[in-house]
Every structure is written in structure tokens, then in C-alpha cells.
Design a protein around this ligand. Structure first.
Ligand SMILES: [Zn+2]
Length: 114
């Protein structure tokens, strides 16, 4: 295998499946990958091999939602459940949302990204 560029086609890295070679970028091989959510993106070889890139970004979003749920059930507070879910959807933290609610915002506007 010496001297041959890695062939990553059809290999899976986390949620990503490599579809085809996408040329080189700054001396690194890049690959067109399809995420299990259907999103397509181009990733460098070393990002795949080191595990830095395992999804189009949806993995991180899902983890945030999971973390939000875990926190929420600990306090079993409906507001926290909503806040945790919205952290995954909008990136708003529960404390940001809580601060908005404390400032007299309606729940609906507190949960909206500006
Ligand atoms: Zn994805």
C-alpha cells in the first residue's frame, strides 16, 4: 500500500459515508461524504481519520438535545425541558432563555433566536 493515496470510498466515519474523491485542498485529499441525515459535505482525509469530523454537524446538535433532556429530567422542570430542546435547535442556553423570561419576555419570544 506504500505510496498510494488512501481509498476511503464507501468507508464509514461516524455518520459519514465517503462517496467519492473531491480533489485536494492545501495538499490534503478531500472527500465528498454523505451524512446519515442526508446532508452532503466535503471533508479532508485527516479530519475523517482522526475522528474530528463524524457528521455534517447534526451529531453535535443531537448531543446538545440529549444533554438538554438529561438536565431537564434531573430537575423535572418543564421550562428546562423546553430550554434544553431549544438549546439543540437554536443554540440558546437555558440560562439565556431564563434571563429573558425573568426580564418579562413571553415564553415564545424568549425561545426565538434573534
Ligand atoms: Zn448530518
Amino acid at each position: 500500500m506504500k505510496g498510494k493515496a488512501d481509498n476511503l470510498i464507501n468507508r464509514r466515519f461516524g455518520r459519514l459515508t465517503v462517496i467519492c474523491r473531491a480533489g485536494t485542498n492545501g495538499g490534503h485529499s478531500t472527500w465528498l461524504c454523505e451524512c446519515s441525515c442526508g446532508e452532503r459535505l466535503i471533508v479532508q482525509s485527516h479530519q475523517l481519520k482522526t475522528g474530528n469530523t463524524k457528521s455534517c454537524g447534526c451529531l453535535r446538535r443531537d448531543l446538545n438535545v440529549e444533554r438538554g433532556r438529561a438536565n431537564a429530567f434531573k430537575g423535572s422542570d418543564l421550562k428546562n425541558i423546553i430550554a434544553g430542546w431549544w438549546l439543540g435547535q437554536t443554540g440558546l442556553t437555558p440560562s439565556e432563555i431564563q434571563a429573558r423570561i425573568n426580564a418579562g419576555w413571553s415564553l415564545e419570544s424568549a425561545l426565538t433566536t434573534l
